[in-house]
Design a protein around this ligand. Structure first.
Ligand code: ZN
Length: 232
């Protein structure tokens, strides 16, 4: 009899732990939750989300339920500008789900008028609290800009990074993409440059930031560790 009770107990513990293991979040942002957020709170959420991403404790989500719940509207926390690079699934990197973030992805995380318009829409019209620019290690677009690649539209895109290449000092005479330290210096300077350019070119976003309603922040993603580090 005692053996049977022990067996049943083990079964119950197993079932309970299995249910816990497959439990999924279907939480989606509401207008009230978005209104209550501050730019710093979103930044902190992203940093905690990145810790979960790197520690394999990322939130399990019920995407079907979230699709249904977000169909009527969206109240994203932030606009993220990230590189096209296939190794940066940016929502996962900061552990966010459907309806949580606007994402613009473009090679070299550069800006143009359309990206700026998208950011203005995200913040001024839709109420997002943060613009996060995400650069990364070993970026092919930055390497192409350093090596002066001139191929059709690729050259047009890389021209947006080239001024930063020219302004970035190097500790050695090797100013090519073979110099890994130089590539990193340019990549990080480029993120800071994009943040400055967003403020300079968009009066709407600069004003929202001056009023404390949003923050525009640069960050840098490490392809080897999955760690996202805020620039300042
Ligand atoms: Zn890249």
């Amino acid at each position: 009899m005692k053996g049977t009770q022990t067996f049943l107990l083990i079964c119950m513990v197993f079932v309970a732990s299995t249910i816990a293991a497959v439990s999924q979040s279907s939480h989606v942002m509401t207008k009230e939750q978005q209104d209550a957020l501050t730019p710093d709170a979103v930044l902190q959420e992203f940093q905690e989300g990145n810790r979960r991403f790197t520690q394999e404790t990322i939130t399990r989500r019920d995407h079907s339920a979230m699709v249904r719940k977000t169909a009527g509207g969206q109240y994203p926390k932030a606009v993220i500008l990230s590189c096209l690079d296939s190794r940066i699934p940016i929502e996962d990197v900061v552990d966010q789900g459907l309806g949580d973030v606007f994402v613009a992805r473009i090679a070299g995380n550069v800006i143009n008028d359309d990206i700026l318009g998208s950011m203005e829409f995200g913040c001024a019209v839709m109420g997002s609290k943060l613009i996060l620019v995400v650069g990364h290690t070993n970026c092919g677009a930055v390497k192409g800009a350093i090596d002066d690649v001139e191929i059709d539209h690729i050259g047009i895109l890389l021209a947006k990074i080239r001024p930063v290449v020219k302004q970035t000092p190097s500790t050695t005479s090797d100013r090519t993409s073979k110099n890994a330290a130089f590539v990193e210096s340019v990549s990080q300077a480029h993120v800071d440059h994009v943040v400055t350019e967003i403020r300079r070119r968009s009066k709407i976003l600069a004003t929202l930031e001056a009023e404390g309603k949003i923050k525009i922040v640069g960050s840098y993603y490490d392809l080897e560790t999955g760690v996202l580090t805020m620039r300042k």
